[in-house]
Design a protein around this ligand. Structure first.
Ligand code: SF4
Length: 288
């Protein structure tokens, strides 16, 4: 076979593969008369499965079963199956988490109302209570944790268990008042066994967190632990490496620190939480 013919044939095969056609048949047309208008069309060598197409677009081919009714002529190629490519079905309803059009900023109450008796992710069946968030709706400081634990699930309030008590103690130690802050979590329902929230759960719940941030517009967000840092700041590095630093987030500042539960498990690390809380206090003392 000539090199040019081989290349053209390879190009046509590639073209048909892109269309999803992979099965071909060959007719012996060595004695067939050329079709009208295609007098220059040559029969391919016997070993070739398909022939050179007579025009840039292939002629409408006939199926093998109908070949006997096709007038003698150059061999034709099976018609391409019509393949409709559809986008994958969405895994969640975009409109469920979308805020209603508003003339001004949403209030936290409106966001809570929109959350409703949420069943948007697989944490819903095992939770007792949705823990939306608590605190001053005009807070300059917003704490974001990972998710509710058992005590929070019982009471419907964030950071009321042992980790919450440590958070309160740290705030007291640096002269901050819990009542002045706003506290919530990345996911609003307790993950079974206090496991880390999974990506699909974070994806389903985080739009409400972003709306809470947008409603509050705090001067400083304090991300408590790696899941909050990943969700809010998109940083995947270990929390002990990036803690104590300030980041810009959507026109406000954010600071990453360890989760109080981590300090409960590693009491010697309390000093780093204390250091970071001192930074929070110093930041808030500065004029905005
Ligand atoms: S974790 Fe969030 S998204 Fe999932 S059910 Fe609870 S409130 Fe809804």
């Amino acid at each position: 076979m000539e090199e040019t013919t081989r290349k053209e044939l390879a190009a046509w095969l590639e073209f048909y593969q892109e269309l999803g056609i992979e099965s071909f048949y060959r007719r012996d047309f060595s004695n067939a008369a050329p079709l009208a208008g295609h007098g220059k069309f040559k029969a391919p060598p016997a070993e070739m499965p398909v022939q050179k197409a007579p025009s840039p677009m292939p002629a409408m081919p006939a199926r093998k079963s109908a070949a006997s009714s096709v007038p003698a002529g150059p061999p034709v190629i099976a018609p391409p199956a019509v393949q409709t490519i559809r986008p994958p079905a969405p895994t969640f309803n975009l409109f469920e988490a979308a805020p209603a059009p508003l003339s001004g900023p949403e209030t936290l109450e409106q966001i809570r109302q929109d959350l409703g008796d949420c069943r948007r992710c697989k944490l819903a069946p095992t939770r007792k209570t949705i823990v939306f968030g608590e605190g001053n709706s005009h807070a300059e400081l917003m704490f974001i944790g990972e998710g509710p634990g058992a005590d929070e699930d019982e009471q419907g309030l964030p950071f009321v268990g042992r980790a919450g008590k440590l958070l309160n103690r740290m705030m007291d130690a640096v002269g901050l008042k819990r009542a002045d802050a706003y506290i919530c979590n990345v996911v609003k329902c307790r993950p079974p066994g206090n496991r880390t929230p999974e990506k699909d759960e974070v994806d389903a719940c985080s739009p409400f967190l972003y709306r809470q941030i947008e409603s509050l517009k705090p001067r400083l967000i304090c991300c408590l632990g790696a899941p909050a840092v990943r969700t809010v700041l998109g940083i995947k590095e270990g929390i002990t490496k990036i803690r104590g630093r300030f980041y810009d987030f959507a026109g406000t500042k954010a600071l990453a620190t360890v989760h109080p539960a981590y300090v409960l498990r590693n009491p010697r690390e309390e000093k780093i939480l204390r250091e970071d809380f001192e930074k929070i206090r110093d930041f808030l003392r500065e004029a905005p």
